[in-house]
Design a protein around this ligand. Structure first.
Ligand code: ADE
Length: 234
């Protein structure tokens, strides 16, 4: 699989792939990452990429020309590419999207800066548009990294045995049950006894109950979905 980051600031992104799980996956050639900077396509003699908003409004907007030319070149060379724009004005990104997009061969993330991207570029090139949450970042780079991380860990082989994909939060409506490491007792706090006894059916029942507690506390609306969709398991 291949990821292309279309960004004015590739330096903001590069470091994330230089350590840990994703670095190991790149070294194993499970996916690759490259960058395309719209500034390199600017026809302006000062390589300008933004301008004031037509119709007024605060801040600068990214001009269509550098981005359109960058995306034209990307599409011409990669007809199967799936182009995603990151903006707060979009549908929220979910785990199901991460799993679905992990099956694509080539995904591009287009990050806006300043007050945003000229809407015509989005209209022309977007296969999908995502927001990562109800808050405004200084640009789409962090959001594109969030998507790339969540997608790539669903690519076959990226997670080792120790970082399993099974039974995770958001695979169902329930949040994941709490995890514990060794020692069994630390600062007078003990791991739940059932976890220690090795009876897997009892551990499973306890984990479901703890999942429900966590979900009720942090995401009550999700628990409601869970209860209404399936028969409630006690
Ligand atoms: N760019 C700025 N804020 C964003 C957000 N919340 N999600 C995606 N892209 C963004």
């Amino acid at each position: 699989m291949r990821f292309t980051f279309v960004t004015l600031f590739p330096n903001l992104i590069e470091g994330y792939f230089q350590d840990s799980i994703l670095k190991r996956a790149i070294d194993k050639e499970l996916f690759s990452v490259d960058y395309l900077n719209p500034r390199d396509f600017s026809l302006n003699k000062h390589s300008k990429v933004d301008d004031t908003a037509v119709g007024g409004g605060a801040g600068m907007v990214m001009n269509p020309q550098p981005l359109c030319d960058a995306l034209d070149s990307l599409k011409t060379n990669n007809p199967d590419i799936h182009i995603i724009f990151l903006t707060p004005v979009a549908k929220p990104f979910k785990q199901n999207d991460a799993k679905r997009l992990a099956k694509k061969s080539h995904v591009a993330f287009v990050s806006g800066r300043y007050e945003g991207i000229d809407e015509r570029v989005i209209e022309e090139f977007a296969d999908e548009v995502f927001s990562i949450g109800d808050y405004i970042l200084t640009g789409g780079e962090l959001a594109s990294l969030v998507l790339c991380d969540a997608i790539s860990r669903n690519v076959e082989g990226v997670l080792g045995n120790s970082e399993s994909l099974s039974i995770e939060s958001f695979e169902s409506e329930l949040l994941e049950a709490p995890s514990f490491s060794k020692p069994k007792e630390y600062r007078n706090l003990v791991v739940p006894k059932e976890y220690l006894k090795g009876n897997h059916s009892k551990i499973r029942t306890l984990k479901i109950a703890l999942s429900e507690c966590k979900t009720k506390f942090f995401r009550p609306e999700q628990l409601l979905k869970h209860i209404t969709r399936k028969p409630y398991e006690k």
